[in-house]
Design a protein around this ligand. Sequence first.
Ligand SMILES: Cc1ncc(COP(=O)(O)O)c(C=O)c1O
Length: 381
Amino acid sequence: MIPVNEPLLGNEELANVTDCVQSGWISSAGNYIEQFEREWANQCGVKHGIAVCNGTAALQIGMESLSLKPGDEVIMPSFTIISCALAVIKAGAIPVLVDSDPRTWCMDVSQIESHLSPRTKAIMPVHIYGHPVDMDRVLATARQYNLFVFEDAAEVHGAEYLSNRDSGNPIWRRCGGMGDLAAFSFYANKLITTGEGGMLVTNNDEIANRARSLRNLCFQPPRRFYHMELGYNFRMTNIQAAIGVAQLRRLKQIVARKREIAKRYTDRLSKLAWLELPQEEPWAKSVFWIYGLIIRDDINMDAEQLAAKLTKAGIETRPFFLGMHEQPALHQLGLFINKDSRLPVCERLARRGLYVPAGMGIKDEQIDQVCSVLEQITYEL
Ligand SMILES: Cc1ncc(COP(=O)(O)O)c(C=O)c1O
């Protein structure tokens, strides 16, 4: 079976982990944590990095740091992972969903304004599958209505966005460095991995202090075991950070390889008329976290059926996200139960999209094998 993703770990990761074991610094105290936080924040171009145990935790402490009130609203895409909605709800607020852009699969930024209300407090753009959200409109709306922008950058390590295109002075900016705060995941399938892990980044001192406190059970500096509010144990270990430090040194090569993998797929698959392939807008430098395929509407086969065919041929796949408005767990909370509020692009992506193997461990011959199988399937349509 060709796995959908395999991490690639090297000698430097091993040396750093060995260092942790030999020195005994294996908990959430240790030099690698601070180093990883500093270097990660630096590569995003922001001041603070707060390392946590996973990306969901980063979203959660970030959202809680915004001190939202019950009934406050956060505008976000439906097409994302449950972690985003969960963070909004756990912070006491209500997710308000917009549909996706059919080309980038990210939130359709032209729909944000029509979803604003007097209760809107934040926008959460989620950069999907390696491609940046068109951020200028998000940032302009946020400025105009005094809203927080909380980027979910879990899937876009190293991706860039061409900002200020209308001003005649465009500038490339890193995903995760454009909003008030941003969350990253370092799960094993991400470009940079620590096995499990996450990071919140921000330029805002107040948000950073609050997030640091929430990460660590809200211990009060003057008196240990005295708590003014309830937090979490979301700490990252020094061992995880040690792996992250080593991985980060290779970010440029990792991005280059991901782009190479995507190009190899695109070069070969673009002649298959039944498939839509990942796009890269002129204003984006995608890192192609995954390589997604959409089956065109006139083809009598959905993503599940294609996945079954690929599995039979020894190729592992993953389905695309299922939108938040289609989640029973959220319906049970009384959210998104209005049947009229369909989100057609998101629903199409969920049913006609899947992704094929494209992790750092993949070999060119394996990519070619996946392409051959897809070419073969063409004759069965
Ligand atoms: C967009 C997005 N946000 C958040 C997360 C959550 O990260 P984690 O799995 O580390 O909790 C993921 C995980 O894949 C993700 O894809």
